[in-house]
Design a protein around this ligand. Structure first.
Ligand SMILES: Nc1nc2c(ncn2[C@@H]2O[C@H](COP(=O)(O)OP(=O)(O)OP(=O)(O)O)[C@@H](O)[C@H]2O)c(=O)[nH]1
Ligand SMILES: [Mg+2]
Length: 448
């Protein structure tokens, strides 16, 4: 089975099995759905003039994107091949964000300004048939959301979630010192793209005058990266330059292979799409499982209370049935003959049953009010104050997941009425466990 078939199979299976469960627990399915909709995506981001557009032109063999020494591009351009006959065609952002078959509908919420800085270009190169590359406006210093007219980081975050590979480009002159780049690495990307989907590139190395100049720039970039990621281990950084724009100075031959390796990594990104989807499903279904576990435990605690109250109600109802007539006779001299007396004499008639049945009804109503007005709200309040007590968080992984779902669980509990006890949480949990234990494993096996 190739990647495309596998993606379609996954889509069908997820829609059948998981979608209803996501809906039951009010969890957002749109990110996963966006991933399943379209082709694999590579996102190119980084400093202005770091060579993003040059690399795209080189990959496609066409002069698709404008290049230039100052900040050149102010748009997000999605580049793909969609059949030779439509090469050159452009689709504006307004159509992209309204097309339900494309994964960009969520961008609509980011406003008109963004939509007018978004478009799709169809190109002739068949290399881009099964994938799309997104070129982005270069990252700048001292720009604010107001200067751009839209929330740039939110766009990066959304596109990075969709992308199977995020290529982050630097250049020796501005080796990691640009403010937007800092924010992206520090705050935005960790939430949107796993480390395994991030690729770091220092381009334009031919502009270093000597090897020692390059070493200094590389060192600066590594230092800045460790400051941004807060980690000491440095990821692999591709050191490259465009073959056509080399300047005399540094002998770049020792790094000549890195450009090809980078291009190869980008062009083989579609292979990671199914893996990316599986990773996402894995995380989201685990979050769903934890949510469901909390609801199973909460409803079982409510049921235990209900059972305790139920036992008391049964005892009180029996007492009410037999003694309510007698009590009424003692207190109010009515009825003339209680049911218990009639029973002893063996002459129970329908009229004797009126008071006992009224007594039982009153007892049941009183207990129901006790449960629904006092016991349940008290239990709910206690659990809302400490929702963690509803799940066991024995590993760092589960603790991390819990941090993401806690607010959601609190929201679910808050809206959960007593009807909770009748919801089939246990069955849902078993379905989720089966999906994680069987279906997902089979898919992982399939892509190995
Ligand atoms: N010497 C040298 N010049 C390069 C290299 N890559 C790109 N350039 C030049 O650098 C300038 C900027 O390149 P672009 O590809 O436009 O950079 P960009 O990252 O797309 O820039 P923005 O769109 O503004 O964010 C252009 O004039 C390119 O010709 C390289 O490896 N070496
Ligand atoms: Mg550009």
């Amino acid at each position: 089975m190739d990647e495309k078939e596998l993606q379609n199979l996954l889509k069908r299976r997820i829609h059948q099995t998981l979608l209803p469960l996501f809906e039951k627990y009010n969890r957002d399915f749109s990110d996963l759905d966006s991933l399943l909709k379209w082709k694999p995506i590579v996102l190119l981001i980084g400093n202005y003039s770091s060579g993003k557009s040059t690399l795209i032109n080189e990959l496609s063999g066409e002069e698709i994107q404008r290049t230039g020494q100052a900040p050149t591009d102010d748009s997000f351009t999605i580049i793909t091949h969609d059949g030779a006959d439509v090469a050159g065609e452009e689709i504006p952002g307004s159509s992209l964000v309204n097309d339900e078959n494309l994964p960009f509908t969520k961008l609509k919420a980011l406003g008109e300004q963004l939509i007018s800085h978004l478009h799709l270009k169809k190109v002739a190169t068949p290399l881009l048939t099964d994938m799309a590359i997104i070129d982005s406006p270069g990252m700048l210093d001292s720009v604010t959301e107001k200067d751009r007219g839209y929330d740039y980081m939110a766009v990066i975050s959304h596109l990075a979630k969709l992308a199977d590979l995020v290529v982050l480009m630097f250049d020796p002159l501005k080796a990691g010192t640009i403010k937007e780049t800092y924010t992206a690495i520090r705050d935005t990307l960790p939430e949107s793209a796993g480390e395994d989907r991030l690729v770091f590139v220092m381009s334009r190395i031919d502009e270093c005058d000597s090897t020692s100049d390059l070493v200094r720039s590389y060192g600066t970039l590594c230092w800045n990266l460790s400051q941004m990621t807060g980690r000491k281990d440095i990821p692999h950084i591709f050191l490259t330059c465009a073959p056509d724009s080399q300047r005399p100075g540094l002998d770049t031959a020792p790094w000549s292979q890195e450009r090809d390796q980078l291009k190869n990594k980008i062009l083989t990104a579609p292979k990671f799409r199914v893996f990316h989807i599986l990773q996402d499903i894995d995380r989201q279904v685990n979050e769903l499982q934890l949510t469901c576990e909390a609801m199973v435990n909460f409803s079982s605690q409510v049921r235990t209370k209900l059972l305790d109250i139920g036992k008391l109600t049964a005892v009180a109802s029996i007492l009410a049935f037999f003694f309510s007539g007698l009590l009424s006779k003692l207190l109010f001299n009515f009825p003339e003959e209680s049911m218990l007396e009639a029973l002893i004499q063996g002459q129970v008639g329908l009229s004797h049953l009126t008071l006992p049945l009224a007594g039982v009804t009153l007892v049941i109503m009183a207990f129901w009010i006790w449960l629904s007005r006092i016991t349940f709200p008290r239990l709910l309040k206690q659990r809302l104050e400490n929702p963690r007590s509803l799940v066991t968080l024995e590993s760092d992984y589960r603790r991390h997941l819990w941090e993401k779902v806690e607010d959601h669980v609190v929201g679910l509990l808050g809206s959960a009425g007593l009807g909770q006890i009748f919801a089939a949480h246990r069955r849902n949990l078993n379905r989720i466990k089966k999906f994680l234990g069987q279906d997902l494993k089979e898919f992982y096996k399939e892509i190995r």
